[in-house]
Design a binder for this molecule. Sequence first.
Ligand code: PBG
Length: 327
Amino acid sequence: MKNVEFNRHRRLRNSDSVRRMVRETHVRADDLIYPIFVTEGEGVKNEVNSMPGVYQWSLDLVDAEVEEVAALGIPSIIVFGVPDVKDEVGTSAYHDHGIVQKAIRQIKSNYPDLTVIADTCLCQFTDHGHCGVIEGGKILNDPTLDLLAKTAVSQAEAGADIIAPSNMMDGFVAAIRHGLDEAGYHDVPIMAYSVKYASAFYGPFRDAAHSSPKFGDRKTYQMDPANRLEALREAQSDVEEGADFLIVKPALSYLDVIREVKDHSGYPVVAYNVSGEYSMVKAASQNGWVDEKAIVLEKMTSMKRAGADLILTYHAKDVARWLQETK
Ligand code: PBG
């Protein structure tokens, strides 16, 4: 080739140290949020079939898991409850001695420095498995809001540092903010599942949390995967209603949405790397088809590059460990 000018991009890829110097995106243990499933009973450490490495824990054993998370330098966990009693209106979601409330009390008293996030929803606690009050086969919006606010307040009373409502009723952030403020919890932030799609990637979670809807689906409250502008409207409403963090969920098929929400909101954006995304990598790596560590770290980097400030992921402990190894 003669006299053709071109740019030499490879100069900046010449060595590991140069690559490190020009790297634009970094994943840190501080970015991670680790989900923990808590359940009633004693001596329970049940591995979730479709999620190798993820367990349902009874409270007498769960401290071992929390200890591991804290020791790895992960700053926060999100608690999901798997209750033993369910009813029509999800009473055990807002009961003072509900499984989530008990777990938060215990974890906060043993690990006061760990940030404990409470998932605030009804589907694990209702016998029909939907995220709201039902009448005539319909999921009612406004009557559900009071129950969500009650749930959030009871979680804050138990010591939750952050409330994470995942239920996708309209006005859920406003109702919860109002409830928290009225109860004196002005300082408890809301990490809203602002953009939550009606996704097939939640399948394994529903095994873990026993929260599948008994009839129909969640398409009247969770979003159509085809929609992008709607995500911006949802995020904007939640900001107006008082959200402090915005979750986009799932993450990997929605990296474009993470970027848009990041560019339009000015609030910390959380990518929820959901159960199905986890299980696919686990299954493929157990078969020896992919290199788990490389794949997972690449996925984490992609979510950060897309604009996520934080990543809620079942891979969090592994990621924190791998980051320590490569230091
Ligand atoms: C409850 C809830 C769900 C998830 C988190 N909170 C399930 C759902 O909406 O059906 C899914 C998380 C995952 O798949 O990892 N509303």
